[in-house]
Design a protein around this ligand. Sequence first.
Ligand SMILES: [Zn+2]
Length: 148
Amino acid sequence: MPTVKRTIRLDKSLSRDHYIADALIIRCIDCRFKRCLTDLESELKLKFVDTIIVAGGAKNISAPENHSDKDFIFSQIEKSIKLHHTKRIFIESHDECGAYGGAKKEKVLSDLLRAKEMVQKFKPVAEKDIPVDALFVDFNSINFMDKD
Ligand SMILES: [Zn+2]
């Protein structure tokens, strides 16, 4: 029988209410960029945000190391939409991403934009016409990227 070894009390109880996700963000594990997305949530007034955190962020969609990585991300996107009726999706890549092992910024941006297209074409996203944004985050800014 499992036993509680330690308990940390929350300052305030969590809400049990169901919610509609203002957004789903797919981002890299790199915690140096965590605050950027907090700033994004604040700037765009996103209250309920589902998050998929994987090393390399968008890379897992357009240039995955294993095919199953991409399938996993798509299954999570589908669940966010099904469970939380997600209103919009952000896909993130960032400067100096270790998952890229020193690849040039052009490669990172190319993969990011391809990931955006792939998510836009993903049936659960396309059917509901959910907007998808590609974000490139550097050490000073969050940049909404598009072709040309
Ligand atoms: Zn990274």
